[in-house]
Design a protein around this ligand. Structure first.
Ligand SMILES: [Zn+2]
Length: 115
């Protein structure tokens, strides 16, 4: 699996709350730690860029405060020939008013899930 494929499979594991898979595919995340993460409903993943060991993405979610966005550049490393998630750099960002709503309604964000 390439870093990009791994990134996508880890997003799908977040959707399913498959903490075992996430712990197994990261260098330093434990199941115990992952279980403590805030409860989020993941809506959409956009992979923006995948070069070498880095994958930049935007992942949209809904929590008790509304719809939010995680924009991260993740670093992956190979351990015994297998790519694993190492860490990531976060970009401060939010969903733009004129973006199509991440919930998939087809409406603009400002006319849909914005608060
Ligand atoms: Zn919406």
């Amino acid at each position: 699996m390439s870093p990009k494929e791994l990134m996508i499979s880890r997003y799908e594991a977040f959707v399913k709350k498959d903490w075992n898979y996430l712990a197994k595919t990261a260098t330093n995340q434990s199941v115990e730690e992952l279980e403590l993460m805030p409860e989020l409903e993941w809506l959409k993943l956009d992979v923006l860029n995948a070069v070498g060991s880095q994958v930049e993405f935007k992942a949209y979610y809904r929590d008790k405060d509304g719809v939010g966005l995680l924009h991260e550049k993740s670093n992956f490393v190979q351990e015994d020939g297998v790519w694993k998630y190492k860490d990531g750099e976060l970009y401060p960002t939010k969903v733009q008013r004129n973006e199509s709503c991440p919930c998939g309604s087809g409406k603009k964000f400002k006319k849909c899930c914005i608060k």
